[in-house]
Design a protein. Sequence first.
Lengths: 89, 89, 89, 89, 89
Amino acid sequence: MQIGKVIGTLVATQKSRKFDGAKLLLVQPLNADETPRGTALLAVDSVGAGVHDRVLVVLEGRSAGEALGKKWAPVDAAIVGIIDRIDFE
Amino acid sequence: MQIGKVIGTLVATQKSRKFDGAKLLLVQPLNADETPRGTALLAVDSVGAGVHDRVLVVLEGRSAGEALGKKWAPVDAAIVGIIDRIDFE
Amino acid sequence: MQIGKVIGTLVATQKSRKFDGAKLLLVQPLNADETPRGTALLAVDSVGAGVHDRVLVVLEGRSAGEALGKKWAPVDAAIVGIIDRIDFE
Amino acid sequence: MQIGKVIGTLVATQKSRKFDGAKLLLVQPLNADETPRGTALLAVDSVGAGVHDRVLVVLEGRSAGEALGKKWAPVDAAIVGIIDRIDFE
Amino acid sequence: MQIGKVIGTLVATQKSRKFDGAKLLLVQPLNADETPRGTALLAVDSVGAGVHDRVLVVLEGRSAGEALGKKWAPVDAAIVGIIDRIDFE
């Protein structure tokens, strides 16, 4: 899983029906010290995250679909937690 | 999921039968600010996208196959939405 | 999916039984303008491709196995089409 | 699989229910000679690993879920072993 | 699939039970001309490979698990062949 920060939202009217009702968030991956890392990606939210939240992201289809239930299957990234604290050396 | 722009098409007469009828589009991945990022990839269309559209792409086999129904299984990338608007900080 | 060019073959006498009869080809990934990109990879052929062909490659286990039928399962890349033409801007 | 070193922990109160009871560890990937490589990632522990342990990490959803049992499905990385010794040339 | 060379072994006493009896090998990925490429990875052996062998490696969970039988599921890389010869241009 990766650490990220929600930085935006995306609107797509014409989309796979399986996305109806799903919230698509733009997430900036972060390093452990919370500096940005690489390019932003899109993830489906499963925990009620919003812009500015630091989140836990799974980056793989099976696990992302699992996070959302079978009906949201055509996804490859999902937000599965809101991070309270990271402790590291 | 990734943001991309459809920039072309591909013709392959001799191909896996499971692709019959599928539309293969060349997609340039984009950053959130819509500047190009990395190399173009090929994705199967599931939403009626065309050249110049900004699209939402899933990059993984299970989710790409899911977007298209089981009969299109041997794919690892699919267009699952046409993007209207991206809002980010 | 990726664009590639078949550049060689590989012989492995001692291999997983599930590969018996499969043709392993060395594929050089290409950019849309057909310049080489990154390092060559090995893919199982499912469409009768040969050296010099420009091919369509899936890079993921489920989709590669799907291209070849279940009996070829331990694969992560397969050639699923021979490219006639790429049109792009 | 990858070699890594556990360097921290993560607390996420609001998370997918399927993570209840799972221990999320921050892992620094290592080269074979145990120098750091790339950015830290988050993995679910399945073997009782702790900070400072050198660990064996699987980086893929199906295998990570398998390591933890089906109920921990929405994961893409898991610690599956604690490394005693690496011998290499 | 990737080309690699077995360069070492790994010992992990405390590990997922599903690894009991599995041989974990350290593999250096190679380019087609057999120069080293990137960092070494760990793969489970399914063909009796040993140090110095040039091997064919699958890098993905479903295919790696398939190479080893279901009981070895929590793996993301497996050695599926020993390479005799690579012919390329």
